[in-house]
Design a protein around this ligand. Structure first.
Ligand code: 13P
Length: 343
């Protein structure tokens, strides 16, 4: 393991108050988002959407690293420039999703475990040759009646740690993503209990596998009530619950925590991240930033809808969301920033 390279990449991803852009939706997930807007679901429309994102003017002002999907890392702009090259030339560090998706966990109805460890060592070598310097693996934990089981949490934490160790062996910074889902009527308190349990499992397994904490990043959920919970906590309460929990569960050696958005609206995700950075200024041991997919992409996708005539307007919306989140990382986001949104 080359500790120096891992530490340097992790530090570069967290530098300058920037954050990450997840543009690594698998083909089925990307197609689902396209279908909802009537956009044709083909390799070329997926390519066109990713080109719009990669070529957004000013993207690198707020985005330090972009996470791609296997299809995208092999695609090029219409003019023939590989996306990987276009991103690197813009000063954006290249990342790659390497898990093979969440599959039904045998014997545990309603629960899943993420697969993809077989052959991962060889795949990582291939991705590094394509320019990737960091990777992502997402484990999914559902809250429900009697869920999550210990079996589900342990199986996902184990896979995350095995993946992280393999990444570090290959010189790639692992983004460790245990996502406790927002789906359901559970309370914020229940989300806090489960998120704490999951984080304890994950860091135990990372320790067991010898993962260098200084050379990884954590990508967790915020501590939120379920989407169907009647009591939707206010922004400050969410910020306090989230940061207080992470202070107990995440070692200070981890350089950064980059949240997923998980189905929150784009504006709420910015406001909540902002409140965390504002209320805990000077007290955080790690960088607190974003690694959003939907909360950065969705407003732009709603504008684009597969129509070339909408590209520039969609790019302005994307750039705006990225800038709002960079402001949130500094505790300088205000809802009034939304009124100067793209026209
Ligand atoms: P969302 O921000 O849409 O939750 O996606 C983040 C992500 O990368 C999920 O793996």
């Amino acid at each position: 393991m080359n500790e120096k390279i891992l530490r340097a990449t992790a530090a570069a991803l967290m530098a300058d108050h920037k954050g990450l852009l997840a543009m690594d939706e698998s083909n089925p997930t990307c197609n689902k988002r396209f279908a909802a807007l009537g956009i044709p679901q083909t390799p070329d429309t997926r390519r066109a959407w990713r080109e719009l994102i990669v070529m957004t003017p000013g993207l690198a002002d707020s985005i330090s690293g972009a996470i791609l999907y296997d299809e995208t890392i092999r695609q090029s702009t219409r003019a023939g420039m590989p996306f990987a090259q276009a991103l690197v030339e813009r000063g954006i560090i290249l990342g790659i999703k390497v898990d093979a998706g969440a599959k039904v966990l045998a014997g545990h109805p309603g629960e899943e475990v993420t697969e993809g460890l077989d052959g991962l060592r060889e795949r990582l070598v291939g991705y590094a040759a394509l320019g990737a310097r960091f990777a992502k693996w997402r484990g999914v934990i559902a809250i429900g009646d009697g869920l999550p089981s210990k079996a589900c949490m342990t199986a996902n934490a184990h896979a995350l740690a095995r993946y992280a160790a393999l990444c570090q062996e290959a010189g790639l910074v692992p983004i460790v993503e245990p996502e406790v889902l927002m789906t359901g009527p559970h309370t914020q308190q229940r989300s806090a209990e489960v998120t704490a349990q999951v984080l304890h499992e994950v860091f135990e397994q990372l320790h067991l596998q010898g993962v260098l904490l200084e050379g990884m990043l954590l990508k967790p959920n915020m501590v939120l009530p379920g989407l169907d919970c009647a009591d939707q906590s206010d922004v400050d309460k969410i910020a306090d619950a989230t940061v207080n929990l992470f202070m107990r569960a995440v070692p200070a050696a981890v350089p950064g925590i980059a949240f997923l958005s998980g189905g929150q609206s784009a504006e709420l995700a910015s406001a909540r991240l902002n409140a965390m950075n504002l209320r805990f200024t000077g007290r955080l041991p790690w960088a607190l930033t974003y690694s959003f997919s939907r909360a950065i992409q969705q407003p732009a996708l709603d504008i684009w809808r597969g129509d070339a005539a909408n590209v520039q307007k969609a790019q302005r919306a994307l750039q705006h969301r990225a800038a709002c989140n960079r402001a949130a990382r500094r505790g300088e986001y205000t809802p009034s920033m939304e009124h100067v949104a793209s026209t």
